[in-house]
Design a protein around this ligand. Structure first.
Ligand code: SF4
Ligand code: SF4
Length: 389
């Protein structure tokens, strides 16, 4: 718990961090006071306190001493798990969600193919993540088709990155998920992952350092957006959007830049929020805090909703869902680049859990149908002996 001592030693009580953080405002008058209570072991009698922090690092950006209260809360979570006091009962739904995402209903690793034909051996995989797959199977498929067209040799892995387990300090479950992803990549013979979800990007980048992890949005900036989208925007009215940067990209300026360039390349304008880039507010879902305090999570989301004068665009399906649940008119950036009927999409509420799972299951089935077509074509052309599956 050296994070406690760091804050006890260095916090000067200026409260610049508290002004920006609903969690701190709810649980303490200053981070020093919170550190003192953790030092006295109060997090063991009130474990919901460290689990209510979004682990979003805005405090670090605001603090003149670069202190990060989220790191202290995460260390407290770890201690609670080590002493058998956590995960909490409120985390059971997260564990069930992860079980589903890791089950055969959704999880799959498929080699590269395109429109039913084998293009080449698998050089990399697209990892859309569980939240984007739950939001829209169509968007994942369109994005994947475009990647395969521009980058032949791209396979796909459906599953969860394990971030929910990591953030509630369930290290054992997280390690199992990471091992599963590693095993998928070994099976496909590649060591490069293209991520669409900022949470996945963070988790995989930090925990699979020997792999090449690249954000889809950096790649789209390089290879260009689909021509059809440009033509559609030219024919329609250009619009102005504000961007909600997910807190998981707070220290990823290159991804933030790519998003802005992609929106502009699609013919739209960007009006920055006061709280954007490294100063972004968490959408409320960060750190899995919503599991123990949904009111606090809603309060965080409302900050961003109230700040925006324009429709919002984000690049995390979870952020989109939570901000939409608080009344935001908001699109995922892939809606802008690959989607249709933006008017309806921007006000669509987040999918109910059953609908989200239906989307995930449908995505897997549609991918499997394509692979069966590819197998058949390969066998018809070269005979069963040459079939690489
Ligand atoms: S901004 Fe830093 S120094 Fe100021 S109260 Fe917060 S943690 Fe302490
Ligand atoms: S990590 Fe985020 S939620 Fe936690 S104390 Fe810092 S600013 Fe507040």
């Amino acid at each position: 718990m050296s994070e406690i001592d760091n804050i006890l030693k260095n916090c000067n009580g200026c409260k610049l961090c508290v002004e920006e953080c609903d969690f701190l405002q709810q649980y303490c008058s200053s981070p020093k006071e919170l550190a003192e209570s953790f030092k006295a072991g109060e997090h063991k009698t009130h474990p919901q306190i460290p689990y209510s922090c979004n682990i979003c690092s805005l405090c670090e950006v605001r603090c003149p001493k670069k202190l990060n209260i989220g790191k202290m809360c995460f260390a407290a979570r770890r201690q609670l798990v080590q002493e058998g006091l956590a995960p909490l009962e409120q985390h059971q739904s997260l564990a069930k969600g992860l079980d589903w995402n890791e089950s055969d209903a959704f999880r799959v690793a498929l080699p590269a193919s395109f429109a039913g034909e084998i293009k080449s051996i698998t050089k990399r995989v697209f990892f859309p993540g569980c939240a984007l797959s739950a939001y829209s199977a169509d968007l994942v498929l369109k994005g994947y088709d475009y990647l395969q067209e521009k980058l032949p040799g791209t396979g796909i892995v459906l599953g969860c990155c394990g971030a929910p387990a990591y953030l509630i300090a369930d290290q054992q479950r997280f390690d199992e998920v990471i091992e599963g992803i590693m095993s998928d990549l070994n099976g496909l013979g590649c060591s490069e992952i293209i991520t669409a979800c900022p949470y996945c990007h963070n988790a995989l980048k930090h925990h699979l350092p020997n792999l090449r992890i690249t954000s889809l949005y950096r790649i789209l900036e390089k290879i260009g957006i689909p021509e059809a989208e440009l033509e559609e925007t030219n024919a329609a009215e250009k619009r102005t959007f504000s961007i909600h940067d997910p807190c998981s990209t707070r220290f990823e300026p290159e991804i933030q830049n790519s998003i802005r360039k992609l929106i502009q390349a699609a013919g739209h304008e960007v009006c920055e929020l006061e709280h954007s880039r490294d100063a972004t507010h968490c959408c409320g879902l960060g750190g899995m805090a919503f599991a123990v305090d949904s009111n606090l999570s809603a309060k965080k989301a409302k900050r961003t909703v109230q700040e925006s004068k324009h429709d919002l665009v984000t690049y995390c399906a979870s952020c989109r869902g939570n901000l939409a649940s608080q009344g935001a008119s908001i699109l995922h950036v892939l809606d802008l680049l690959f989607g249709e009927s933006l008017q309806d999409k921007r006000v669509a509420p987040p999918a109910e859990p059953s609908k989200a799972q239906e989307n995930q299951r449908a995505l897997k089935l549609r991918l499997l149908a394509r692979q069966m077509l590819a197998r058949q074509k390969m066998s018809d052309t070269f005979g069963p002996a040459m079939n690489p599956f």
